[in-house]
Design a protein around this ligand. Structure first.
Ligand SMILES: *Cc1c(COP(=O)(O)O)cnc(C)c1O
Length: 231
């Protein structure tokens, strides 16, 4: 049963968000192409289907078990699934069996090596983003800003089944826009230096900071609460 009321609320949220993204995008550059990933970790399958019905195609989850469940419940729809959470080594096979479109949080050489050996064994490849800890908060995972470039190169050279597409970052947990801006600029700087190595995706920006992310060159946004909060 399609809940028309839910669908219209989500349509209104999504339309408003896209209009706001568009304003920032045009300020940054009319040539910039930005992809919106709807983070559905707090959304039900009905909300996901309703958002699909109003045009959204890319969705993101941060737990392998939730990803599996939501893929199964939406398997008749042509959705594009992103895994945006920390990957534990004991969940690698599980994640690979789900064939996500993009794993956005590759955060250590150890997990890269473990992924590589499973991918090779299964004769698969996986599109990934290197997670860079731009805020330098110990609560956040990812490569340090200082080690990101070298680590990106190392993974490219030693993990041929991992297809690195760029980087993903989360800004400091603060209301101070100067700090957030300085965080995102660090990500953009690394991204620019990785351009010659084929990095094409800069995934920065969530519900509270996506405008700052766009004005600092983000071309992929991961937004959850601003879309699905329908109270
Ligand atoms: C939850 C989450 C988001 C979305 O956060 P909102 O503030 O709800 O937009 C983005 N990225 C990651 C890695 C997340 O875990």
């Amino acid at each position: 049963m399609i809940d028309k009321n839910l669908q219209e609320k989500l349509r209104a949220n999504l339309t408003k968000l896209i209009e706001e993204i568009e304003i920032e995008r045009l300020k940054y550059s009319p040539h910039q192409i930005i992809k919106l990933v709807a983070v559905s970790k707090y959304a039900s399958i009905n909300e996901i289907i309703a958002l699909y019905n109003v045009g959204q195609r890319a969705f993101g989850e941060n737990k392998v078990q939730d990803l599996k469940q939501k893929i199964e419940l939406s398997n008749t729809l042509p959705l594009e699934w992103h895994f945006i959470g920390t990957l534990q080594e004991n969940k690698i096979n599980h994640l690979l069996s789900l064939n996500p479109s993009l794993f956005q949080a590759l955060d250590s050489i150890k997990i890269a090596n473990a992924l590589q050996s499973r991918l090779k064994r299964e004769n698969k490849t996986l599109n990934c983003l290197l997670q860079v800890n731009i805020s330098n908060e110990t609560s956040k995972s990812g490569f340090s800003v200082e080690s990101a470039l070298q680590s990106y190169e190392t993974i490219m050279q030693t993990c041929p089944n991992i297809k690195l597409q760029g980087i993903m970052s989360i800004a400091s947990n603060t209301k101070d826009t100067k700090t957030i801006e300085s965080d995102f600029r660090k990500a953009k700087d690394i991204f620019d230096k990785l351009n010659s190595l084929g990095a094409r995706i800069l995934s920065c920006g969530m519900s509270d900071d996506y405008k700052i992310a766009i004005s600092n060159g983000a071309n992929m946004l991961r937004i959850g609460s601003k879309i699905f909060n329908i109270c």
